[in-house]
Every structure is written in structure tokens, then in C-alpha cells.
Ligand binder design. Structure first.
Ligand code: CP3
Length: 358
């Protein structure tokens, strides 16, 4: 059955979603939690490597709607996850703002770094939706091609995390250049964050308009900041993004992922008013359940390395999470993305365990 573009379910069911992933996001406790995995499309899958080869560069793949659709669907075909995440990258936003971005084999992303307020001149005034049109076309195609029970997640990087790449020019272990700018010249750095808040809102709205049923905001490097800076550069920009999305699409759930935020998770949840939070691997599930269970949907948080190991390590870790999260709104996931050395058959085993345990 063909699905209409915008949140087909609310039209069909008088506002009550049937897809288990969306039900969990609305706060329902389900007997079997929905499951999807961050980086579920990627190099651990032979079929991804084959499509990637065909596409050319990584960005060519992100901007090729037919191939990006294909790699989004690959893990759904194999595992029947409850949600698909658009295949794209957080760095298409700086690219859409006019920064030079490319991916180098064996290194990862490289950008022409912007380290001062004067450097902001290399950006265009707003997100060039035209440059990102192929991404929205991928979303639109997926909203028609996914199985009826599979929800579609759009995403963006949070301004702080995206800024660490724009300023550092690459992945950095400690985000030092970005933290240094934020201390040296907070007013100038605020301008970069403001540009990213606007661009990210625009990018997420375009994905929702094209058919994304929920969105996730990845703040991979949130944990690098001390309390005051966390409030200013993680919480406040995310709060603005969530508020803007709600103003246009009040029923589209937002998942925040402030990785490694530790005891600051409750403040983040309270201040941003996200519908769900992704728990990173370091977060004790019992603590998260005490502090947040029932206030927001919790998502997480199996160690990606337990998935690599498989066997008893995988079964024990996954079962402990399922046991602790029983009785609160919950979505099973990893605490960070799947790593390339993951044996694909371990994921089959994990999905069976999540679905058959209860
Ligand atoms: O399946 C999915 O999760 C959807 C697609 C997705 C990708 N990146 C594809 C990708 C998503 C949601 C992301 C998010 C992303 N990208 C984040 C936030 C989440 C996280 O992992 O912390 C970040 C920090 C990036 C930036 C980025 N993209 C880096 C640092 C790298 C290089 C490191 C690496 O894993 O290779 C990428 C490349 C990238 N993005 C790949 C994929 C599948 C691998 C590239 C390849 O095929 O060569």
C-alpha cells in the first residue's frame, strides 16, 4: 500500500500511531520494545560496501537518492528493524552552509576549518536547501518504499557537535580548538552556533516535510563540556531547535542524544523538552530509569563492542538492559554506532533475543 508523505498514520488512525517505534516515543510501554541500531547502515554489511563502491565517494553516496535509499533499506531487509534511519551524515549541514567538506579514505571527514568570527565569512547566509535537495528526495522515496510497520527517522548533528568538525577541520579526540574558541571569544562562537541552529532547524523541517516521522539530534561530543558551557552550547541550541520543530510539527517526536552527558542528562531532558533520549554506553540503566523513566522515552544502550564479541557477552549485556528497562517507555539500541568489524550474524541474534525474551 502506498503511504502518503506526511505521517500517514495520524491520518489513518485518528492520531494514534500503530508503528511500535512511534508508540514507544509517545510514551507507551510495549511488551516487546522496538529495536533499531545507530549506524545500522554501514561498512559492516557486504551489501553496503558494494553499493558504496558503485557510488564513488561517501558524499556522492549521501547525495544519490536511489543509492542512499538502497543503503537505508539494506539493514531493514536483513533484520526487520522497527525503524529505518535516513542514510546521510551530520556534515551535510556545514556543506549546505557553503563550507568545503570531503571524506578521505582511512581518515574520515575533512573540512576547511573556521576558527575565528572572521572565518564565518566563508559561509553563505543560510542553508542552501538546493544543495541538500537529494537528501530530502531520499526521505521522500523511503516514505514510500519502507514496509508499513517500519518508521522513518530523520536526523541532524547538534550545533555543538557539528561545530567541533567545522572548527577542528576533522575528527578530534578532545575538541580542543572548538572549546578554546568558545572560551576566548564566546560572542563570536555564538554566531557560529546561531548559524547552525537556524540551518539545523531548516534541515530537519525539510526532512519532516519529505516524510520523516521522528528526528534524532546527535550530540556526540556533548560530554566534553563543563557545566556552564554545557548549558550554553548543548542545552540552549537544542532547546531552540526542539521549540521550532514543535511550532510547525507538534506531533513529530524528537530524540536527543547528548552522548557522555552523565549526570547532566536530567537537566538536558528538562530544558530541551525532547520526547526521548539516547543513553550512551557509559550510562547505568538503573540510574537512567530512576532519574528519567516515565518522563521521557529511553533509548539505548548496548556497548557496540559487546555486539562485536557476540555469544554470552552479548546475551548477558542485552538481557540486563531489557530487564532494567521493563515497565518504562523504551527503545532498544546501542550506546553508540555499530563498528565496521561487527559480524552481521550477531545482529540477527540480538534482534531475536530482544523480540523473544519477553
Ligand atoms: O545508519 C545510520 O546510522 C545512518 C547514517 C549516519 C552516518 N553518519 C553514516 C556514515 C549517521 C546517523 C551518521 C551520524 C554521524 N556522522 C555522527 C553522529 C553519530 C556518531 O557516530 O557519533 C558523526 C559524528 C558523523 C561524522 C562522521 N561521518 C565521521 C566522524 C565519519 C568517519 C568515521 C567513520 O565511521 O568512518 C563519518 C563517515 C560515515 N558516516 C560513514 C557512514 C556509514 C562511513 C563512511 C564510509 O562508508 O566510508
Amino acid at each position: 500500500m502506498a503511504q502518503s508523505h506526511i505521517r500517514p498514520e495520524s491520518a489513518e488512525t485518528g492520531g494514534l500511531p500503530q508503528k511500535s517505534f512511534l508508540r514507544a516515543l509517545r510514551g507507551e510501554v510495549l511488551p516487546v520494545p522496538p529495536v533499531w541500531l545507530m549506524r545500522q547502515a554501514g561498512r559492516y554489511l557486504p551489501e553496503y560496501r558494494a553499493t558504496r563502491e558503485k557510488a564513488g565517494s561517501f558524499l556522492d553516496l549521501c547525495y544519490n537518492p536511489a543509492l542512499a535509499e538502497e543503503v537505508t533499506l539494506q539493514p531493514i531487509r536483513r533484520y526487520g528493524f522497527d525503524a529505518a534511519i535516513l542514510f546521510s551524515d551530520i556534515l551535510v549541514v556545514p556543506h549546505g552552509l557553503g563550507q568545503k567538506v570531503w571524506f578521505e579514505e582511512g581518515i574520515g571527514p575533512l573540512l576547511d576549518p573556521i576558527t575565528t568570527e572572521a572565518g564565518l565569512a566563508q559561509l553563505r547566509p543560510g542553508l542552501q536547501r538546493k544543495r541538500l535537495e537529494p537528501v530530502y528526495e531520499t526521505v521522500s522515496r523511503l516514505s514510500h518504499s519502507l514496509p508499513a510497520e517500519t518508521a522513518l527517522i530523520g536526523f541532524a548533528g547538534a550545533p555543538w557537535t557539528v561545530a567541533t568538525y567545522m572548527v577542528g577541520g576533522r575528527s578530534t579526540a578532545d575538541q580542543a580548538a572548538t572549546r578554546a574558541w568558545a572560551y576566548r571569544d564566546p560572542a563570536g562562537f555564538q554566531k557560529l552556533i546561531d548559524i547552525l541552529v537556524e540551518g539545523t532547524i531548516d534541515h530537519l523541517l525539510a526532512q519532516i516535510e519529505a516524510g520523516a516521522e521522528a528526528v534524532q539530534i546527535f550530540d556526540t561530543w556533548a560530554g566534553a563540556l563543563p557545566e556552564q558551557e554545557f548549558a550554553r552550547w548543548v542545552i540552549e541550541p537544542t532547546r531552540k531547535i526542539v521549540a521550532a520543530l514543535r511550532a510547525s510539527f507538534p506531533r513529530v517526536p524528537v530524540i536527543g542524544f547528548p552522548r557522555n552527558a552523565g549526570p547532566r542528562y536530567p537537566d538536558y531532558v528538562e530544558a530541551t523538552s525532547v520526547d526521548a533520549v539516547g543513553l550512551d554506553t557509559s550510562m547505568p540503566c538503573g540510574w537512567a530509569r530512576e532519574a528519567l523513566g516515565g518522563k521521557v522515552t529511553l533509548q539505548g544502550n548496548l556497548d557496540p563492542l559487546a555486539l562485536v564479541a557476540g555469544g554470552e557477552a552479548l546475551r548477558g549485556a542485552a538481557s540486563a538492559i531489557l530487564d532494567t528497562m521493563a515497565g518504562v517507555p523504551f527503545i532498544f539500541n546501542l550506546g553508540h554506532g555499530i563498528v565496521p568489524q561487527t559480524p552481521p550474524e550477531h545482529i540477527t541474534e540480538l534482534v531475536t533475543l530482544v523480540r523473544e525474551k519477553r
